[in-house]
Design a protein around this ligand. Structure first.
Ligand SMILES: [Fe+2]
Ligand SMILES: [Fe+2]
Length: 286
């Protein structure tokens, strides 16, 4: 049985099987699992993964919302979302191992978020099973893990993690969760739609956690979320990746994001979009 947060996180990263990664915190009779981290942080490049859930580069794109009328597209989508949650579980464990000296309330909040990511993964997996499909039949993109080296090597340390995980990937998930909630509902899969809604609501807390602690750890920015984010977010992540085409401004407000930061994210353009716009302008003018 794991005895502390450190051992719990190590198991998630060192065990290659899904069951070990999703194993709940042991019953400690109402007491929190002790968090007596060693003083030196551990950097783990990649999580252990058994062959049937190995990480792959270049997996097919996520089905578009309109494609979810097709059962195979719904299964593919649920498998992808379950895997995003699994990577979130692993990355929260990774951060807890990487930075043992974080303030205790932040470590506690990250540990609670990790456990919620386990629940999210299980929720999507149970919907996937209900479609008659298995998680191991689907490819598993290494998308989140590709950013771990940039976070690990960032001079901004845990602030890079909060900006990347909470304020980019999870912020974008607020939009994706609602976009796909409606798509599942329109396809007649109300149970999956409910799971998307539940996860959306939890993710608001995770985005809020990142926003709160990024500012606490960035006193030089005096409460300016945009400045703190811009400084800490590790390339190639940026505000252009912190959203989807449906933009959930209300969820962001509930997470404590400022109006100016929300507007900054809403109008952010990726380098590709800016290049495309430049070409359009120049061809339009020719
Ligand atoms: Fe999640
Ligand atoms: Fe989350």
């Amino acid at each position: 049985m794991v005895r502390d947060v450190h051992a719990f996180c190590l198991r998630i990263l060192e065990a290659g099987d899904l069951q070990s990664k999703l194993m709940p915190v042991p019953d400690t009779e109402g007491e929190p699992l002790p968090d007596r981290a060693p003083s030196a942080g551990i950097v783990i490049d990649r999580p252990a993964r058994d062959p049937e859930i190995r990480l792959e580069a270049g997996v097919p794109p996520l089905p578009r919302p309109g494609e979810l009328v097709d059962g195979a597209a719904r299964a593919s989508c649920l498998a992808r979302f379950a895997h995003h949650e699994l990577m979130a579980v692993e990355l929260f464990a990774w951060a807890l191992l990487r930075w043992p000296a974080l303030p205790q309330p932040l470590r506690h909040a990250l540990f609670i978020a990790l456990q919620e990511e386990q629940t999210h993964c299980r929720l999507y997996l149970s919907r996937l099973e209900a479609t008659g499909s298995r998680f191991t039949e689907h490819p598993h993109s290494d998308y989140f893990w590709k950013h771990a080296p940039a976070i690990a090597n960032s001079p901004h340390g845990p602030r890079a993690f909060l900006a990347a995980m909470g304020l980019t990937l999870e912020q974008a998930n607020l939009d994706f969760a609602l976009l796909y909630r409606d798509a599942f509902r329109e396809a007649g899969d109300k149970a999956s739609a409910r799971v998307c809604q539940r996860i959306h609501d939890d993710e608001i807390r995770h985005v809020g956690l990142a926003a709160h602690w990024l500012l606490r750890l960035s006193p030089q920015h005096r409460g300016d979320q945009r400045a703190a984010y811009e400084e800490a977010v590790p390339f190639p992540l940026s505000a252009a990746r912190a959203k989807a085409r449906r933009f959930d401004a209300e969820g962001r407000r509930r997470a404590g994001l400022s109006e100016s930061f929300i507007e900054y994210v809403r109008t952010a353009r990726s380098p590709q979009e800016l290049r495309g716009r430049g070409q359009q302008t120049s061809s339009g003018g020719a």
